[in-house]
Design a protein around this ligand. Structure first.
Ligand SMILES: *Cc1c(COP(=O)(O)O)cnc(C)c1O
Length: 226
């Protein structure tokens, strides 16, 4: 998808309109869906037009990249909410807790321990989504489905606020069954937050109850290949 010719504020309006359109038959309010604009790889000058258009929730997948971009942008837009959507190494927990308002990739006891310690030290509790390996894929991060209840218990015992469940369905398959499964897992565990859906499938995710969609290329255009 190449949207270089389209202004980012137009793409933002388009995505917001799509979310509202899907919400209606699903009997949901658009305000129940938080649009996270995934700005990874994009420089500040690409991000500013979205900030100017009123977007305030952004997602990054690398702590170091976010540290380089956001402190300065935040001086100008202090009400920005920053979400970490990528895998997190335990040794980056302190930096992540200092910079981010929400973490979507809590998936293992060792990371929980590091995050709890970092939060104690910073005197700041950062809500975390528990990432679930919803397609049971060997190469992917995420808590195994069967371990979710026990892991949630550990998270609560560590006094880390649980925002809900997050998943990235397997590539090249119909995502709907995986979104439905994540929604079922969340409700079985008394959780409302569901971080699911990206540029290619956020409409399906909203239909199935997503409270947070993580949308990058549909807002910013294609990312440069590394
Ligand atoms: C990059 C990324 C996204 C956004 O992907 P797009 O397809 O560009 O919308 C969403 N979630 C995660 C975890 C990502 O790493």
């Amino acid at each position: 998808m190449e949207n270089a010719a389209t202004r980012p504020e137009e793409l933002l309006a388009e995505v917001e309109a799509n979310i509202a359109r899907i919400c209606k038959p699903a009997r949901r309010e658009p305000s129940q869906v938080t649009l996270i604009a995934v700005s990874k790889t994009h420089p500040p000058e690409r991000i500013v037009p979205l900030l100017e258009a009123g977007q305030r929730v952004f997602g990054e997948n690398r702590v170091q990249e976010a540290q380089g971009k956001w402190p300065e942008l935040r001086e100008q837009y202090p009400d920005v909410e920053l979400h970490l959507i990528g895998q997190l190494q335990s040794n980056k927990a302190e930096d992540a807790v200092a910079l981010f308002d929400c973490i979507h990739s809590l998936d293992r006891p060792s990371l929980l321990k590091a995050l709890a310690k970092a939060m104690d030290k910073a005197g700041r509790r950062v809500p975390c989504f528990v990432q679930v390996n919803i397609g049971d894929e060997e190469q992917k991060g995420g808590c195994p489905i069967g371990d979710v209840p026990a892991f949630l218990e550990k998270v609560r015992a560590a006094d880390v606020p649980v925002a809900g469940l997050m998943c990235i369905p397997p590539a090249d398959t119909e995502p709907a069954p995986f979104f439905a499964l994540l929604a079922k897992l969340a409700s079985d565990n008394g959780l409302k937050g569901l971080s699911m859906g990206m540029s290619g499938d956020y409409e399906t995710a909203v239909q199935l109850g997503a409270t947070h969609v993580r949308v990058g290329s549909a807002l910013f255009g294609a990312r440069a290949k590394p």
